[in-house]
Design a protein around this ligand. Sequence first.
Ligand code: PMP
Length: 352
Amino acid sequence: MPRFRSILDTMPAYKPGKAVVSPDGRSYKLSSNESPFGPLPSVVEAIARAATEIHRYPDPGAVRLTETVAERFGVPYDHVALGAGSVAVAQQILEAVGEPGADVVYAWRSFEAYPLLVGLSGANAVEVPLRDETHDLDAMAEAITPETRLVFVCNPNNPTGTANRTEELVRFLDRVPENVTVVLDEAYREYVRDVDVPDGLTLYRDRPNVAVLRTFSKAYGLAGLRVGYLIGHEPVAAAVRKTLLPFAVNHLAQAAAIASLQAEDELQERVDNVVKERARVRETLLSQGWTVPPTEANFVWLRLGERTMEFAGECAAVGVAVRPFEGEGARISIGDPEANDVFLAAAAEFRR
Ligand code: PMP
């Protein structure tokens, strides 16, 4: 019998959102917070051009992409570190800090990958319950001990969509010791419209232990290509660069990410569309009598408790895939207007 690390026995596998098809052949995937829009023509062209070179290894340092990200956000080149999706970047930083005896603090419920990645790194997970569906930053500060190496703050939070405001976040960061790295996971930053929710990049600048995690998977529409990045001061960025598997960010992904940064105006229009639809979806759900936490991301959260799986089943019956968390609730991504309408009709039906 082959032997494996004992942690594998207790770790559930990551469950990705799956598409479902209704009996009459309809399928609306609202389970993975993807962009509902297909790729931009300019991005497809950049990928096609790059495809002529795929017999070569990609640029291991992803120099042009790193430069483009640094210029776009006005940060030094050596503050940027890439990975194959921001989930890989999160794993890289955990590789750099995790070992038995080290604690990693994060809110729960939050991004499903945190407990898996922390477990794999060998560190201990310290989960701090949400308060009113939002990070309880005071309780998180209190959970920090001399063993704490890293804190994840998911802002806006997946799966609740709630976001922490500048004042409370600054108060929290001021309480975190300098030898604890804080990763502000801003996978959904581009969808934030509340001006009191800070851009993590304004918080990291004069805080050497704070880093921002971002992705090309959501607003930039490149989920299938796997590119994410961290912006942090030299020691943190260097740790993420050291733990990158060689050539992990592939050539097509690098080309597509550069082309996406060059097409930000077009992408911004798409994000604005999703934000408008988000308001419509939330307001409609509220008018149907649902409780829906305010959301700054491209999804809404319904706390359904024991009825979660039943609700997901009803949605699946009309071709809508949502993301259920059994016994807790369901997260529903904002799709195109047609998908949203089908979902809203199912939600109304469920309340009858
Ligand atoms: N962080 C958060 C909060 C997420 O919701 C996700 C995707 N579900 C990720 C990181 C990872 O995204 P990716 O690896 O595609 O960049």
